[in-house]
Design a protein around this ligand. Structure first.
Ligand code: ADP
Length: 482
Protein backbone atom coordinates (compact mmCIF):
# COMPACT_ATOMS: atom_id res chain seq x y z
CA UNK A 1 0.00 0.00 0.00
CA UNK A 2 1.36 3.37 -0.84
CA UNK A 3 1.93 5.79 2.02
CA UNK A 4 0.10 9.07 2.04
CA UNK A 5 2.20 12.13 1.74
CA UNK A 6 1.58 13.12 5.41
CA UNK A 7 2.66 9.64 6.49
CA UNK A 8 5.82 10.09 4.53
CA UNK A 9 6.37 13.43 6.19
CA UNK A 10 5.69 11.92 9.66
CA UNK A 11 8.27 9.29 8.91
CA UNK A 12 10.75 12.01 7.85
CA UNK A 13 9.95 13.97 11.04
CA UNK A 14 10.48 10.83 13.14
CA UNK A 15 13.88 10.37 11.57
CA UNK A 16 14.88 13.79 12.92
CA UNK A 17 12.96 14.01 16.22
CA UNK A 18 13.84 10.55 17.54
CA UNK A 19 17.63 11.09 17.47
CA UNK A 20 17.31 14.71 18.73
CA UNK A 21 15.07 13.86 21.72
CA UNK A 22 17.09 10.72 22.39
CA UNK A 23 20.33 12.69 22.28
CA UNK A 24 18.99 15.36 24.60
CA UNK A 25 17.68 12.73 26.99
CA UNK A 26 20.97 10.84 26.99
CA UNK A 27 22.86 14.09 27.58
CA UNK A 28 20.50 15.16 30.38
CA UNK A 29 20.64 11.65 31.90
CA UNK A 30 24.43 11.61 31.78
CA UNK A 31 24.73 15.12 33.23
CA UNK A 32 22.26 14.36 36.00
CA UNK A 33 24.03 11.03 36.62
CA UNK A 34 27.38 12.76 36.86
CA UNK A 35 25.92 15.50 39.10
CA UNK A 36 24.57 12.87 41.47
CA UNK A 37 27.44 10.48 41.07
CA UNK A 38 28.54 10.80 44.67
CA UNK A 39 26.02 8.20 45.64
CA UNK A 40 24.98 5.46 43.25
CA UNK A 41 21.56 5.24 44.85
CA UNK A 42 21.00 8.87 43.77
CA UNK A 43 22.50 8.61 40.29
CA UNK A 44 21.33 5.19 39.02
CA UNK A 45 17.93 6.35 37.74
CA UNK A 46 19.74 8.80 35.45
CA UNK A 47 22.15 6.17 34.15
CA UNK A 48 19.18 3.91 33.50
CA UNK A 49 17.34 6.77 31.77
CA UNK A 50 20.36 7.52 29.57
CA UNK A 51 20.79 3.83 28.71
CA UNK A 52 17.09 3.26 27.89
CA UNK A 53 16.99 6.50 25.89
CA UNK A 54 19.98 5.25 23.89
CA UNK A 55 18.72 1.70 23.31
CA UNK A 56 15.10 2.68 22.67
CA UNK A 57 16.14 5.63 20.47
CA UNK A 58 18.38 3.51 18.27
CA UNK A 59 15.79 0.75 17.93
CA UNK A 60 12.90 3.15 17.18
CA UNK A 61 15.04 4.98 14.66
CA UNK A 62 15.93 1.73 12.90
CA UNK A 63 12.25 0.77 12.74
CA UNK A 64 11.44 4.11 11.14
CA UNK A 65 14.31 3.67 8.73
CA UNK A 66 13.18 0.19 7.76
CA UNK A 67 9.84 1.44 6.47
CA UNK A 68 7.94 0.85 9.75
CA UNK A 69 7.53 4.44 10.93
CA UNK A 70 4.37 3.79 12.99
CA UNK A 71 5.97 0.96 14.94
CA UNK A 72 9.06 3.13 15.51
CA UNK A 73 6.96 6.09 16.69
CA UNK A 74 4.78 3.88 18.96
CA UNK A 75 7.86 2.33 20.52
CA UNK A 76 9.45 5.71 21.05
CA UNK A 77 6.33 7.25 22.61
CA UNK A 78 5.79 4.14 24.80
CA UNK A 79 9.42 4.24 25.90
CA UNK A 80 9.19 7.90 26.94
CA UNK A 81 5.88 7.36 28.71
CA UNK A 82 7.67 4.67 30.68
CA UNK A 83 10.81 6.79 31.25
CA UNK A 84 8.83 9.81 32.48
CA UNK A 85 6.74 7.59 34.75
CA UNK A 86 9.92 5.90 35.94
CA UNK A 87 11.39 9.32 36.80
CA UNK A 88 8.13 10.19 38.55
CA UNK A 89 8.40 7.08 40.69
CA UNK A 90 12.04 7.61 41.61
CA UNK A 91 12.46 11.38 41.58
CA UNK A 92 9.10 13.18 41.88
CA UNK A 93 8.51 15.69 44.57
CA UNK A 94 5.64 18.15 44.89
CA UNK A 95 6.25 21.00 42.43
CA UNK A 96 8.62 18.91 40.29
CA UNK A 97 8.45 19.71 36.53
CA UNK A 98 8.58 16.02 35.55
CA UNK A 99 4.81 15.96 34.93
CA UNK A 100 5.31 18.58 32.21
CA UNK A 101 7.65 16.18 30.36
CA UNK A 102 4.44 14.35 29.39
CA UNK A 103 3.43 17.60 27.65
CA UNK A 104 6.47 17.49 25.39
CA UNK A 105 5.68 13.88 24.52
CA UNK A 106 2.01 14.71 23.87
CA UNK A 107 3.05 17.54 21.55
CA UNK A 108 5.42 15.41 19.47
CA UNK A 109 3.27 12.27 19.39
CA UNK A 110 0.76 13.81 16.97
CA UNK A 111 3.73 14.80 14.83
CA UNK A 112 5.24 11.30 14.94
CA UNK A 113 2.28 8.93 15.07
CA UNK A 114 -1.12 10.27 14.04
CA UNK A 115 -3.47 13.21 14.26
CA UNK A 116 -5.17 12.14 17.49
CA UNK A 117 -2.14 10.46 19.03
CA UNK A 118 -1.70 13.54 21.31
CA UNK A 119 -5.02 12.81 23.03
CA UNK A 120 -4.21 9.12 23.46
CA UNK A 121 -0.81 9.96 24.88
CA UNK A 122 -2.44 12.51 27.16
CA UNK A 123 -4.98 9.91 28.41
CA UNK A 124 -2.26 7.35 29.08
CA UNK A 125 -0.07 10.01 30.70
CA UNK A 126 -2.91 10.91 33.12
CA UNK A 127 -3.21 7.30 34.24
CA UNK A 128 0.57 6.85 34.45
CA UNK A 129 0.95 10.14 36.35
CA UNK A 130 -1.64 9.02 38.93
CA UNK A 131 0.08 5.65 39.26
CA UNK A 132 3.56 7.18 39.42
CA UNK A 133 2.70 9.82 41.99
CA UNK A 134 0.72 7.31 44.04
CA UNK A 135 3.69 4.92 44.12
CA UNK A 136 6.03 7.78 44.91
CA UNK A 137 3.74 9.04 47.70
CA UNK A 138 3.50 5.55 49.11
CA UNK A 139 -0.32 5.40 48.89
CA UNK A 140 -3.42 6.85 47.24
CA UNK A 141 -3.93 10.44 48.33
CA UNK A 142 -6.74 12.13 46.39
CA UNK A 143 -6.06 15.56 47.73
CA UNK A 144 -2.40 15.33 46.85
CA UNK A 145 -3.22 14.05 43.41
CA UNK A 146 -5.77 16.83 42.86
CA UNK A 147 -3.41 19.53 44.00
CA UNK A 148 -0.32 18.26 42.20
CA UNK A 149 -1.79 16.86 39.00
CA UNK A 150 -4.73 19.15 38.14
CA UNK A 151 -2.62 21.95 36.62
CA UNK A 152 -0.07 19.79 34.69
CA UNK A 153 -2.86 17.54 33.38
CA UNK A 154 -4.91 20.56 32.22
CA UNK A 155 -1.88 22.18 30.60
CA UNK A 156 -0.96 18.86 28.98
CA UNK A 157 -4.53 18.55 27.70
CA UNK A 158 -4.34 22.04 26.20
CA UNK A 159 -1.05 21.03 24.64
CA UNK A 160 -2.71 17.93 23.18
CA UNK A 161 -5.48 20.16 21.78
CA UNK A 162 -3.04 22.67 20.29
CA UNK A 163 -0.94 19.82 18.87
CA UNK A 164 -4.07 18.28 17.38
CA UNK A 165 -5.21 21.53 15.77
CA UNK A 166 -1.73 22.29 14.48
CA UNK A 167 -1.35 18.79 13.11
CA UNK A 168 -4.81 19.04 11.55
CA UNK A 169 -3.93 22.26 9.77
CA UNK A 170 -0.57 20.88 8.80
CA UNK A 171 -2.06 17.67 7.51
CA UNK A 172 -4.65 19.55 5.48
CA UNK A 173 -1.95 21.69 3.90
CA UNK A 174 0.25 18.70 3.31
CA UNK A 175 -2.55 16.67 1.72
CA UNK A 176 -3.55 19.46 -0.62
CA UNK A 177 0.07 19.95 -1.59
CA UNK A 178 0.45 16.22 -1.99
CA UNK A 179 -2.69 16.11 -4.18
CA UNK A 180 -1.00 18.65 -6.37
CA UNK A 181 2.18 16.69 -6.18
CA UNK A 182 0.35 13.50 -7.18
CA UNK A 183 -1.17 15.27 -10.16
CA UNK A 184 2.24 16.54 -11.17
CA UNK A 185 3.63 13.04 -10.77
CA UNK A 186 0.78 11.61 -12.82
CA UNK A 187 1.44 14.15 -15.50
CA UNK A 188 5.13 13.41 -15.38
CA UNK A 189 4.39 9.68 -15.68
CA UNK A 190 2.11 10.38 -18.63
CA UNK A 191 4.83 12.45 -20.23
CA UNK A 192 7.35 9.70 -19.66
CA UNK A 193 4.99 7.18 -21.19
CA UNK A 194 4.41 9.44 -24.20
CA UNK A 195 8.13 10.01 -24.53
CA UNK A 196 8.71 6.28 -24.42
CA UNK A 197 6.11 5.77 -27.14
CA UNK A 198 7.69 8.54 -29.18
CA UNK A 199 11.11 6.96 -28.73
CA UNK A 200 9.72 3.65 -29.91
CA UNK A 201 8.04 5.24 -32.90
CA UNK A 202 11.26 7.08 -33.64
CA UNK A 203 13.18 3.85 -33.56
CA UNK A 204 10.59 2.27 -35.85
CA UNK A 205 10.80 5.25 -38.17
CA UNK A 206 14.57 5.01 -38.22
CA UNK A 207 14.31 1.32 -39.01
CA UNK A 208 11.81 1.95 -41.81
CA UNK A 209 14.04 4.71 -43.13
CA UNK A 210 16.99 2.37 -43.18
CA UNK A 211 14.93 -0.21 -45.04
CA UNK A 212 13.77 2.45 -47.47
CA UNK A 213 17.35 3.57 -47.99
CA UNK A 214 18.42 0.02 -48.66
CA UNK A 215 15.49 -0.52 -51.05
CA UNK A 216 16.23 2.76 -52.81
CA UNK A 217 19.87 1.86 -53.12
CA UNK A 218 18.88 -1.51 -54.55
CA UNK A 219 16.47 0.16 -56.96
CA UNK A 220 19.16 2.61 -58.06
CA UNK A 221 21.62 -0.20 -58.68
CA UNK A 222 18.97 -2.15 -60.55
CA UNK A 223 18.00 0.90 -62.57
CA UNK A 224 21.63 1.63 -63.40
CA UNK A 225 22.12 -1.94 -64.53
CA UNK A 226 18.99 -1.76 -66.64
CA UNK A 227 20.05 1.54 -68.18
CA UNK A 228 23.48 0.17 -68.99
CA UNK A 229 21.91 -2.94 -70.43
CA UNK A 230 19.49 -0.87 -72.52
CA UNK A 231 22.30 1.32 -73.78
CA UNK A 232 24.41 -1.67 -74.74
CA UNK A 233 21.55 -3.50 -76.39
CA UNK A 234 20.44 -0.39 -78.28
CA UNK A 235 23.95 0.25 -79.47
CA UNK A 236 24.51 -3.35 -80.49
CA UNK A 237 21.23 -3.43 -82.39
CA UNK A 238 21.37 0.01 -83.91
CA UNK A 239 24.64 -0.45 -85.79
CA UNK A 240 23.63 -3.57 -87.76
CA UNK A 241 20.10 -2.18 -88.24
CA UNK A 242 21.47 0.97 -89.80
CA UNK A 243 23.45 -1.24 -92.15
CA UNK A 244 20.36 -3.26 -93.08
CA UNK A 245 18.29 -0.15 -93.74
CA UNK A 246 20.95 1.59 -95.77
CA UNK A 247 21.95 -1.44 -97.83
CA UNK A 248 18.32 -2.30 -98.52
CA UNK A 249 17.76 1.27 -99.67
CA UNK A 250 20.84 1.23 -101.90
CA UNK A 251 19.87 -2.15 -103.40
CA UNK A 252 16.26 -1.07 -103.93
CA UNK A 253 17.42 2.03 -105.80
CA UNK A 254 19.72 0.05 -108.10
CA UNK A 255 22.96 0.83 -106.32
CA UNK A 256 24.26 -2.66 -107.17
CA UNK A 257 22.59 -3.13 -110.49
CA UNK A 258 18.98 -3.23 -111.57
CA UNK A 259 16.36 -5.07 -109.48
CA UNK A 260 12.99 -6.26 -110.65
CA UNK A 261 9.68 -5.05 -109.13
CA UNK A 262 9.30 -8.00 -106.79
CA UNK A 263 12.83 -7.57 -105.44
CA UNK A 264 12.30 -3.81 -105.06
CA UNK A 265 9.09 -4.47 -103.12
CA UNK A 266 10.84 -6.87 -100.71
CA UNK A 267 13.76 -4.50 -100.28
CA UNK A 268 11.32 -1.71 -99.54
CA UNK A 269 9.68 -3.85 -96.84
CA UNK A 270 13.09 -4.67 -95.35
CA UNK A 271 13.92 -0.96 -95.25
CA UNK A 272 10.56 -0.06 -93.64
CA UNK A 273 10.88 -2.77 -91.02
CA UNK A 274 14.40 -1.58 -90.31
CA UNK A 275 13.18 1.98 -89.80
CA UNK A 276 10.47 0.75 -87.51
CA UNK A 277 12.88 -1.28 -85.40
CA UNK A 278 15.17 1.72 -85.14
CA UNK A 279 12.27 3.85 -83.96
CA UNK A 280 11.28 1.30 -81.33
CA UNK A 281 14.88 1.08 -80.17
CA UNK A 282 15.06 4.86 -79.89
CA UNK A 283 11.88 4.90 -77.81
CA UNK A 284 13.18 2.20 -75.48
CA UNK A 285 16.45 4.03 -75.07
CA UNK A 286 14.69 7.33 -74.38
CA UNK A 287 12.42 5.69 -71.82
CA UNK A 288 15.37 4.06 -70.10
CA UNK A 289 17.10 7.45 -69.91
CA UNK A 290 13.96 9.12 -68.58
CA UNK A 291 13.57 6.49 -65.88
CA UNK A 292 17.22 6.77 -64.94
CA UNK A 293 16.82 10.55 -64.65
CA UNK A 294 19.55 10.93 -67.24
CA UNK A 295 17.46 12.55 -69.91
CA UNK A 296 19.16 15.81 -70.84
CA UNK A 297 18.09 18.60 -73.15
CA UNK A 298 20.39 20.87 -75.12
CA UNK A 299 18.25 23.98 -75.21
CA UNK A 300 18.82 27.10 -77.25
CA UNK A 301 16.72 29.87 -78.74
CA UNK A 302 15.09 28.31 -81.76
CA UNK A 303 12.61 29.21 -84.41
CA UNK A 304 9.52 27.12 -83.98
CA UNK A 305 8.86 27.32 -87.71
CA UNK A 306 11.87 25.19 -88.58
CA UNK A 307 10.91 22.56 -86.06
CA UNK A 308 7.33 22.38 -87.30
CA UNK A 309 8.40 22.13 -90.91
CA UNK A 310 10.95 19.42 -90.21
CA UNK A 311 8.33 17.41 -88.36
CA UNK A 312 5.77 17.86 -91.14
CA UNK A 313 8.31 16.76 -93.69
CA UNK A 314 8.92 13.69 -91.61
CA UNK A 315 5.36 12.42 -91.93
CA UNK A 316 4.61 13.73 -95.37
CA UNK A 317 5.82 10.59 -97.07
CA UNK A 318 3.70 8.37 -94.81
CA UNK A 319 0.28 9.54 -95.94
CA UNK A 320 0.87 9.28 -99.65
CA UNK A 321 -1.45 6.34 -100.13
CA UNK A 322 -4.23 7.69 -97.89
CA UNK A 323 -6.84 10.27 -98.79
CA UNK A 324 -5.60 12.63 -96.12
CA UNK A 325 -5.20 16.36 -96.44
CA UNK A 326 -2.22 17.78 -94.57
CA UNK A 327 -3.01 21.22 -93.16
CA UNK A 328 -0.62 23.84 -91.87
CA UNK A 329 -2.24 26.59 -89.85
CA UNK A 330 0.70 28.86 -89.08
CA UNK A 331 0.87 32.34 -87.49
CA UNK A 332 2.10 35.49 -89.22
CA UNK A 333 4.81 35.90 -86.65
CA UNK A 334 6.65 32.94 -85.22
CA UNK A 335 7.57 33.00 -81.55
CA UNK A 336 11.02 32.04 -80.39
CA UNK A 337 11.17 29.18 -77.96
CA UNK A 338 13.96 28.03 -75.73
CA UNK A 339 14.11 24.42 -76.74
CA UNK A 340 16.10 21.39 -77.77
CA UNK A 341 15.46 21.34 -81.51
CA UNK A 342 15.80 17.61 -81.97
CA UNK A 343 13.70 16.72 -78.95
CA UNK A 344 10.89 19.14 -79.68
CA UNK A 345 10.79 17.87 -83.24
CA UNK A 346 10.68 14.32 -81.86
CA UNK A 347 7.63 15.25 -79.76
CA UNK A 348 5.86 16.69 -82.81
CA UNK A 349 6.79 13.72 -84.99
CA UNK A 350 5.36 11.39 -82.33
CA UNK A 351 2.03 13.25 -82.37
CA UNK A 352 1.92 13.60 -86.15
CA UNK A 353 2.98 9.96 -86.56
CA UNK A 354 0.12 8.86 -84.29
CA UNK A 355 -2.27 11.07 -86.22
CA UNK A 356 -1.17 9.31 -89.41
CA UNK A 357 -1.39 5.87 -87.81
CA UNK A 358 -4.90 6.28 -86.49
CA UNK A 359 -6.40 8.26 -89.38
CA UNK A 360 -7.61 6.65 -92.59
CA UNK A 361 -9.11 9.69 -94.28
CA UNK A 362 -9.86 13.36 -93.69
CA UNK A 363 -7.27 15.77 -92.39
CA UNK A 364 -4.18 15.99 -90.26
CA UNK A 365 -3.52 19.56 -89.16
CA UNK A 366 -0.64 21.25 -87.43
CA UNK A 367 -1.76 24.57 -85.95
CA UNK A 368 0.52 27.04 -84.17
CA UNK A 369 -1.15 29.72 -82.01
CA UNK A 370 1.06 32.21 -80.19
CA UNK A 371 -0.81 33.63 -77.17
CA UNK A 372 1.21 36.17 -75.24
CA UNK A 373 3.75 34.45 -73.08
CA UNK A 374 2.88 31.01 -74.44
CA UNK A 375 2.41 29.28 -77.75
CA UNK A 376 -0.01 26.45 -78.45
CA UNK A 377 1.01 23.77 -80.93
CA UNK A 378 -2.00 21.74 -81.95
CA UNK A 379 -1.96 18.42 -83.78
CA UNK A 380 -5.42 17.54 -85.00
CA UNK A 381 -6.73 14.58 -86.94
CA UNK A 382 -10.03 13.07 -88.08
CA UNK A 383 -9.05 9.54 -87.11
CA UNK A 384 -10.57 6.89 -84.88
CA UNK A 385 -10.42 9.10 -81.77
CA UNK A 386 -9.86 8.10 -78.16
CA UNK A 387 -12.61 7.46 -75.61
CA UNK A 388 -12.42 9.94 -72.67
CA UNK A 389 -11.69 7.19 -70.13
CA UNK A 390 -8.38 6.56 -71.92
CA UNK A 391 -7.22 10.18 -72.05
CA UNK A 392 -5.12 9.95 -68.91
CA UNK A 393 -3.97 6.36 -69.44
CA UNK A 394 -2.50 6.86 -72.91
CA UNK A 395 0.24 8.97 -71.34
CA UNK A 396 1.29 6.02 -69.21
CA UNK A 397 4.03 3.73 -70.43
CA UNK A 398 2.96 0.84 -72.66
CA UNK A 399 -0.71 1.78 -72.51
CA UNK A 400 -2.56 1.21 -75.75
CA UNK A 401 -6.28 1.79 -76.08
CA UNK A 402 -6.94 -1.24 -78.17
CA UNK A 403 -4.02 -3.61 -78.05
CA UNK A 404 -5.06 -5.68 -81.06
CA UNK A 405 -5.65 -2.60 -83.11
CA UNK A 406 -2.36 -1.11 -81.88
CA UNK A 407 -0.47 -4.25 -82.79
CA UNK A 408 -1.91 -4.12 -86.25
CA UNK A 409 -0.80 -0.52 -86.52
CA UNK A 410 2.51 -1.24 -84.85
CA UNK A 411 3.38 0.66 -81.71
CA UNK A 412 5.02 0.24 -78.36
CA UNK A 413 2.87 2.44 -76.18
CA UNK A 414 5.90 4.58 -75.39
CA UNK A 415 5.37 7.46 -77.83
CA UNK A 416 3.01 9.55 -75.71
CA UNK A 417 4.78 9.05 -72.36
CA UNK A 418 8.02 10.14 -74.01
CA UNK A 419 6.27 13.06 -75.68
CA UNK A 420 4.79 14.21 -72.40
CA UNK A 421 8.18 13.98 -70.72
CA UNK A 422 9.79 15.95 -73.55
CA UNK A 423 7.14 18.67 -73.32
CA UNK A 424 7.36 18.90 -69.54
CA UNK A 425 11.14 19.08 -69.77
CA UNK A 426 10.53 22.17 -71.91
CA UNK A 427 8.39 23.64 -69.09
CA UNK A 428 5.27 23.00 -71.14
CA UNK A 429 2.10 20.97 -70.89
CA UNK A 430 0.28 18.56 -73.16
CA UNK A 431 -3.42 17.77 -73.25
CA UNK A 432 -5.74 15.71 -75.37
CA UNK A 433 -9.27 16.28 -76.53
CA UNK A 434 -10.99 13.42 -78.30
CA UNK A 435 -13.79 10.89 -78.40
CA UNK A 436 -14.32 7.64 -80.21
CA UNK A 437 -14.88 8.32 -83.90
CA UNK A 438 -14.54 12.07 -83.41
CA UNK A 439 -10.86 12.53 -84.29
CA UNK A 440 -8.18 13.61 -81.89
CA UNK A 441 -6.57 16.90 -80.91
CA UNK A 442 -3.33 17.03 -78.93
CA UNK A 443 -2.32 20.48 -77.65
CA UNK A 444 1.18 21.33 -76.52
CA UNK A 445 1.57 24.62 -74.65
CA UNK A 446 5.09 26.01 -74.39
CA UNK A 447 6.48 29.20 -72.86
CA UNK A 448 7.67 31.76 -75.40
CA UNK A 449 11.24 32.96 -75.09
CA UNK A 450 10.79 36.55 -76.22
CA UNK A 451 11.65 38.04 -79.61
CA UNK A 452 9.78 36.80 -82.63
CA UNK A 453 10.89 35.61 -86.03
CA UNK A 454 8.96 36.92 -89.03
CA UNK A 455 6.96 34.41 -90.97
CA UNK A 456 9.21 32.36 -93.23
CA UNK A 457 7.99 32.74 -96.78
CA UNK A 458 4.45 32.09 -97.93
CA UNK A 459 2.95 28.99 -96.47
CA UNK A 460 -0.11 27.52 -98.06
CA UNK A 461 -2.62 25.81 -95.80
CA UNK A 462 -2.62 22.73 -97.96
CA UNK A 463 0.40 20.91 -99.20
CA UNK A 464 0.27 18.99 -102.38
CA UNK A 465 1.54 15.43 -102.23
CA UNK A 466 5.29 15.32 -102.63
CA UNK A 467 7.58 12.82 -104.15
CA UNK A 468 8.80 10.54 -101.42
CA UNK A 469 12.22 11.65 -100.24
CA UNK A 470 14.63 9.66 -98.22
CA UNK A 471 15.63 11.88 -95.33
CA UNK A 472 18.26 11.79 -92.70
CA UNK A 473 15.48 12.10 -90.15
CA UNK A 474 14.40 8.80 -88.67
CA UNK A 475 10.61 8.79 -88.59
CA UNK A 476 9.47 7.93 -85.05
CA UNK A 477 6.26 6.32 -86.20
CA UNK A 478 6.73 4.75 -89.63
CA UNK A 479 3.86 3.16 -91.45
CA UNK A 480 2.93 -0.38 -90.62
CA UNK A 481 4.55 -3.09 -92.61
CA UNK A 482 2.01 -5.30 -94.24
P1 ADP B 1 1.74 3.65 -79.75
O1 ADP B 1 3.13 3.30 -80.05
O2 ADP B 1 0.88 2.48 -79.44
O3 ADP B 1 1.15 4.58 -80.73
P2 ADP B 1 1.58 5.92 -78.02
O4 ADP B 1 2.07 6.12 -76.65
O5 ADP B 1 2.06 6.83 -79.05
O6 ADP B 1 1.85 4.43 -78.36
O7 ADP B 1 0.01 6.00 -77.97
C1 ADP B 1 -0.69 5.29 -77.00
C2 ADP B 1 -2.08 4.93 -77.48
O8 ADP B 1 -2.84 6.12 -77.60
C3 ADP B 1 -2.10 4.31 -78.84
O9 ADP B 1 -1.92 2.92 -78.77
C4 ADP B 1 -3.49 4.67 -79.34
O10 ADP B 1 -4.42 3.74 -78.84
C5 ADP B 1 -3.76 6.00 -78.69
N1 ADP B 1 -3.53 7.15 -79.61
C6 ADP B 1 -2.47 7.96 -79.61
N2 ADP B 1 -2.61 8.91 -80.57
C7 ADP B 1 -3.80 8.69 -81.16
C8 ADP B 1 -4.53 9.35 -82.20
N3 ADP B 1 -4.06 10.43 -82.84
N4 ADP B 1 -5.74 8.85 -82.53
C9 ADP B 1 -6.23 7.78 -81.91
N5 ADP B 1 -5.60 7.11 -80.91
C10 ADP B 1 -4.39 7.56 -80.53
Amino acid sequence: MTQTYSQELRSDTSEIIIPVISGLTILAGLLAGVANSVRLQDSWPFWVTALLAFGGGVYSWRLVKSERPKAGAALFIGLYLFLITFLLVVEWQPGSPILYFYGVLIAISSMLYSLRAGFYTWGISVILAIIGVTIRAGGLDFLLLLRQLAIPITINFLLALVAYLTALEWEYAVESVSGLHRRVQQRRDDLFATKKELDMMNAQLRFTNQQLDAARQEAITERDLRTRFMNNVSHELRTPLNGIVNFAHILAHGGQGPVNDGQADYLDRIEKSGWHLLAVLNDLLDMAQIEAGEFKLHRELVNLHDICEDAMRGIRGLILDKPIELIRDYPDEWPVVYADKMRLKQALINLLGNAEKYTERGIIALRVKPEGATVRIIVEDTGIGIAPEHHEKIFREFHQVNEQDARRRIGTGLGLPITRHLVEKHDGTISVSSDTGQGTTFTITLPVAGSRFPRKGPVKPDVTPVVKEVEAVVPARPAAVE
